[in-house]
Ligand binder design. Structure first.
Ligand code: XUL
Length: 524
C-alpha cells in the first residue's frame, strides 16, 4: 500500500480522497459541506450574505474548521491515515487570506488540545476573505488596466479581472489601509491551507499564482512593478512563488490527533482548475477537457505560453510543468435547458436525439445562446440570436442547433491556443448527451473520451502528492486512475461541413459582439 491524501477546498465544502497508487483506486473519501455541517459560519452557499450582490466574502476560519472536521470524519470511518505518505490539496482559485505577524508563530506551535479556528482567529488581520465570486473591483481593474495596458495580460496571462487577487488586494488597501499595514502575509486559499498543515508559510504554486494578475509568467517571479502598484509593500507580504511539486514543509504534529504521521511531506497546494487538469488525466498538450456543467469549461495544457488576444481565456500554471488555459462558457447547461423547455421535451429525448431527423450541419442553422450574461465572448446584455426563424423550426433542429452552436463556439474561442486537439475528455452532467458528444467529436475532429471522475480536483491533488513524494510519473498514474469509460470517434466525412459552419458562426458572433461593444461604449 502506497497511500496519499488529496484535499479539495472548494466553494461549497471540503472533500478528502485517499488514494492507493499500487492498486490504482481511491480507498477512502470524506466530505464536509460548509452550509450543512458548519452553519455557525453563515456561509450556506460558500459565502457570507451581503447587501451588495457584487461582494462575496467568506470566513477563512470556516475552511480551517472544515479541515478539522474532514480529518475527524476520515478517522471515524477508520481510514488508514497512519499509512498516508504525503498530502497535497486544491483550493478554489483567486480567494485571499490576510494574516498578521502572529500567524507564523501560531502555525509553528499548533496545540493538539485546541481546534484550528480557535488558534488561528488571533492571526487574522482581515476577518473575511474575498472569494472568486466577488465582482466588486471594477474600479481597481480599470486602474490596473490604465497603468499597465496590454502588458498586464501579456505578462500575467490575463487582463485585469474582478475576481483575480490583485484587484481584490488593491481594493482592501483603499478601504482599510490600517488593516492592510497590519497584514504581514497574504495567502491564497490554497497556500493558506498548505501553511496550516505544514506549520510554516507555504509558497504559492505557479498554477494558482497565475490567477492573481501579479505573477509574471515569463519570469515565474512576482512582477515587482505590478505588485508595488497594486498595493505598496505587497511583495514583502506575498509568500514565495514555486513550482507545483515543491515541498511546503513537514506535516505539523497537530494532525497526529487524527492519526496522521507527523513529518510526512506536505506538497504545495494548487488551484482547483490546475488540479482538475491532473485529476482528469489531461496534463499533456493535445488533450483538452470539456466539463459540462451549469457553465461549460474548456481547459487544456499548453505547448507554449500564449495569451488569448480577445482576453476571454486565462492562462494558469500546469502542475505537471508549463501552462494551461481555461475558457469558461457561462451559458452551458442553462442554455441547453432553455431549449429543452422551449421544445417541451424530456432530457431523455434531448440526450438521444433521433437520428436521421436532422443531419450534421443542420442546413446552416446557428444560434448565439446568450440567455444570460456570457464570459466567452463577453456579453453584458443577454441576447439570443438565431440565423433562422425558430418559430418555424422543429424541435430536433432546434436541439441540434444549440448543440452544434455550443461546440462551434468552443472550437472558435479555443483556436487562439493554436493546438490541434486529438483527444477531448468529457466530464460533468451533460456528458450523457451522446448526440452532443458526437457533434463535439465531429466539430473538433477529435476522439471524445467519457470519463467518470467525481472529484477531479481532489484526485488531482492526491496524484500531485504521489508524483512529488514517490516520484511516480503522471503518465503511469493517469493509466491507473483516469482511464476513459467510453470513446466516441469523429466521422471524417463531417469535417468539411463544420469547417464551413465555423466560418458562418464566427461571422454571426462578430456581428453580435460589435453590437454589444457599441452598447458598452456608445461612442464607438
Ligand atoms: C476560475 C474560477 C473558478 C474558481 C472556483 O478562474 O474563478 O473556477 O476556481 O472553482
Amino acid at each position: 500500500m502506497n497511500l496519499f491524501l488529496g484535499l479539495d477546498s472548494s466553494t461549497q465544502g471540503l472533500k478528502a480522497e485517499i488514494i492507493d497508487i499500487d492498486a490504482g483506486v481511491i480507498i477512502d473519501s470524506a466530505s464536509v459541506n460548509f452550509g450543512k455541517d458548519l452553519p455557525q459560519y453563515n456561509c450556506p452557499n460558500g459565502h457570507l450574505e451581503n447587501s451588495n450582490p457584487l461582494i462575496k466574502h467568506a470566513d477563512p476560519l470556516m475552511w480551517a474548521a472544515a479541515l478539522d472536521l474532514v480529518l475527524s470524519r476520515l478517522r471515524q470511518q477508520n481510514a488508514p491515515l497512519d499509512k498516508v505518505e504525503g498530502i497535497s490539496g486544491s483550493g478554489q482559485q483567486h480567494g485571499s487570506v490576510y494574516l498578521n505577524d502572529k500567524f507564523t508563530e501560531i502555525i509553528a506551535e499548533l496545540d493538539v488540545e485546541k481546534d484550528l479556528p480557535e488558534q488561528l482567529a488571533p492571526a487574522l488581520s482581515r476577518k473575511t476573505s474575498p472569494i472568486w465570486m466577488d465582482r466588486a473591483t471594477s474600479e481597481e481593474c480599470r486602474e490596473l488596466q490604465e497603468k499597465f495596458g496590454e502588458r498586464l495580460q501579456q505578462d500575467t496571462g490575463s487582463p485585469a479581472i474582478e475576481r483575480f487577487t490583485g484587484s481584490q488586494i488593491r481594493k482592501f488597501t483603499k478601504e482599510d489601509n490600517a488593516a492592510y499595514s497590519n497584514t504581514t502575509h497574504i495567502h491564497l486559499i490554497s497556500s493558506f491551507m498548505a501553511s496550516i498543515l505544514a506549520g510554516t508559510n507555504s509558497p504559492i504554486d505557479f498554477g494558482d499564482g497565475a490567477g492573481m494578475n501579479l505573477l509574471n509568467l515569463k519570469t515565474l517571479h512576482w512582477d515587482e512593478e505590478i505588485t508595488e502598484f497594486t498595493a505598496p509593500g505587497l511583495l514583502d507580504k506575498l509568500p514565495l512563488a514555486a513550482s507545483s511539486d515543491t515541498v511546503a514543509g513537514k506535516l505539523s504534529g497537530y494532525y497526529s490527533k487524527y492519526g496522521l504521521k507527523s513529518g510526512i511531506p506536505v506538497i504545495v497546494w494548487s488551484g482547483d482548475n490546475p488540479c482538475s487538469l491532473i485529476g482528469t488525466g489531461a496534463a499533456e498538450p493535445g488533450v483538452a477537457v470539456i466539463s459540462l456543467g451549469t457553465s461549460d469549461t474548456f481547459f487544456a495544457a499548453m505547448r507554449n505560453f500564449k495569451t488569448d488576444p480577445h482576453g476571454y481565456g486565462h492562462v494558469f500554471g500546469n502542475p505537471a510543468g508549463g501552462f494551461m488555459s481555461l475558457i469558461c462558457f457561462s451559458n452551458g447547461s442553462l442554455a441547453r435547458e432553455k431549449i429543452k423547455k422551449d421544445c417541451s421535451v424530456s432530457w431523455e429525448y434531448f440526450d438521444s436525439l433521433p437520428e436521421n431527423k436532422t443531419l450534421p450541419g443542420n442546413d446552416g442553422k446557428l444560434m448565439l445562446p446568450y440567455f444570460s450574461t456570457e464570459s466567452t465572448p463577453v456579453v453584458l446584455n443577454p441576447e439570443v440570436k438565431y440565423n433562422f426563424s425558430p418559430e418555424e423550426a422543429d424541435s430536433e433542429s432546434k436541439i441540434r442547433c444549440i448543440l452544434e452552436s455550443q461546440a462551434l463556439s468552443m472550437r472558435l474561442h479555443s483556436s487562439w491556443m493554436g493546438e490541434t486537439f486529438t483527444r477531448i475528455r468529457i466530464t460533468g452532467g451533460a456528458s450523457n448527451c451522446n448526440p452532443f458528444l458526437q457533434i463535439l467529436a465531429d466539430v473538433f475532429q477529435a476522439q471524445i473520451e467519457k470519463i467518470s471522475i467525481t472529484d477531479s480536483a481532489g484526485l488531482g491533488a492526491a496524484l500531485r502528492a504521489a508524483n512529488a513524494v514517490a516520484q511516480v510519473p503522471f503518465a503511469g498514474l493517469f493509466d491507473k486512475f483516469t482511464a476513459a469509460k467510453e470513446i466516441i470517434l469523429p466521422n471524417p466525412n463531417n469535417a468539411k461541413i463544420y469547417d464551413n459552419a465555423i466560418k458562418k458562426y464566427a461571422e454571426l458572433s462578430t456581428l453580435a459582439n460589435a453590437r454589444q461593444h457599441r452598447r458598452k461604449h456608445p461612442d464607438l
